[in-house]
Design a protein. Structure first.
Length: 421
């Protein structure tokens, strides 16, 4: 049923903390990965190690030299993970903060006039940053409507709104509400065909854990992730900026090193934990392929992650063993349709006749953690056009198991039967 043998899945799960049990709740199935993925045990250890080091970077002592080396190694690892041969890589306060920083620099640094273009699929991180800085720069902010039926946005959708004066464009790689991925390379090519000089910035925050980032082939200028959503820990975001975006004026110390996007003393531990993430991808790639080249290992891991997650979401939608899938359960509506090739490890659903908060609570009572998405500033862009006030987001990662999907479906059979009564 899955891309991983039972033994490999056990080895994968052994590498993560709190897989089967929550320190606050006890045993639970973790299907809240879109809110924050499980943390690698290696990340926990590395964080502890670096939290105890008092030294700063840029001093002439062994500790300081070691810290700088760790940061340099982590940047090289991140470059490999992103497949970003050039440009700048740096950490910031969060994915949201870095999204704001890249977008503000692009909008303020772009030529006079023109338009800022994004889509209604986007998370408020990029939409809000564009709204704010486009307003300050006096550029209209145009939003390409996404497709309500498929829960995604395409190059053809962007094409209808493209003009040669697009100065900055934003693309979300994967929606955290519908769970559907976007063809970033195709949209970027479409934008470049009409507005070759546009700065294109991608929110990759929801996509990163689902396998496969390939910046060299996207033709974009900025890419942001939140490492706690890809097996590292909370407390930092990670960004890549193309050489031409990185060269734009941005917040930095007067007289400081040119091209430096980091503000203040860097947390070596955050960089070091990202090396752990990349090492994990290389390890997984070695388990599922004969590849030896480090980037090929990461790509193999990404493909296997995608296949495993697809097997799990297929089981969730169409059933497994004698358990009915969501598609067959009475009164269940799945956002973005049942069979959608753009799906990335996430199923958002509505149980007719039962408020989503109650579905989440009923699942929680059976030890299954999912999350409600409400039509608020985070998810109203997806739910309002569907005429829904909320949905239940069930989000998986590659360490989830077929048994956990079965547990979920068995709980859902009872919940939907209760809702139908
Ligand atoms: C697509 C997307 N963009 C941005 C964010 C914001 O990320 P953070 O809270 O880590 O800054 C999220 C968080 O869920 C997200 O899913």
């Amino acid at each position: 049923m899955t891309a991983f043998s039972a033994d490999l899945l056990d080895s994968i799960r052994a590498r993560f903390a709190h897989v089967e049990s929550c320190p606050f709740q006890g045993p639970r199935v973790f299907f809240e990965n879109a809110g924050g993925a499980l943390t690698l045990r290696s990340v926990v250890e590395t964080s502890t190690t670096y939290a105890a080091i008092p030294d700063n970077q840029g001093r002439d002592n062994p500790a300081s030299h070691a810290l700088v080396k760790v940061i340099d190694t982590a940047k090289a690892d991140a470059r490999q993970f992103f497949n970003a041969p050039d440009g700048a890589i740096f950490v910031g306060e969060s994915g949201t903060e870095l999204t704001f920083r890249l977008i503000s620099a692009a909008i303020l640094g772009a030529a006079e006039g023109g338009v800022v273009l994004g889509s209604t699929l986007e998370h408020p991180a990029s939409r809000s940053a564009c709204a704010r800085w486009a307003g300050i720069a006096g550029k209209p902010h145009v939003l390409v409507p996404h497709d309500n039926a498929t829960g995604t946005v395409t190059a053809a959708d962007y094409r209808k709104h493209l003009t040669p004066d697009v100065r900055v464009a934003t693309i979300i790689h994967t929606s955290p509400v519908t769970g559907m991925g976007v063809d970033v390379a195709a949209i970027a090519a479409e934008i470049r065909a009409v507005a070759p000089e546009a700065f294109i910035i991608v929110d990759g925050i929801q996509h990163a854990s689902h396998g496969g980032i390939d910046i060299a082939h996207y033709g974009v200028d900025g890419y942001v992730i939140s490492p706690y959503k890809v097996f590292s820990r909370h407390g930092y975001g990670l960004a890549w900026a193309s050489e031409r975006l990185a060269a734009l004026p941005h917040d930095s110390l007067v007289g400081g090193p040119a091209g430096n996007w980091e503000l203040g003393t860097r947390d070596t531990g955050s960089y070091a934990t990202f090396s752990d993430v990349v090492e994990y991808f290389r390890w997984l790639g070695g388990q599922v392929s004969d590849a030896t080249d480090p980037r090929a290992l990461i790509e193999a891991a990404g493909a296997a992650i995608h296949d495993h997650e697809q097997a799990l979401t297929d089981a969730m939608l169409h059933g497994t063993g004698n358990l009915k899938g969501l598609a067959e359960l009475p009164g269940v509506t799945v956002i973005g349709g049942i069979d959608n090739l753009a799906r990335e490890g996430l199923v958002s659903l509505i149980v007719e006749g039962m408020p989503s908060v109650d579905v989440v609570a009923a699942l929680n009572a059976q030890g299954i953690r999912v999350h409600v998405r409400k039509a608020d500033h985070y998810s109203g862009n997806i739910l309002d056009p569907l005429g829904r006030d909320s949905c239940v987001r069930v989000s998986l990662c590659h360490y989830n198991s077929p048994a956990e999907v079965s547990q979920f479906l068995s709980a859902m059979a009872g919940i939907t039967a209760d809702a139908a009564d």
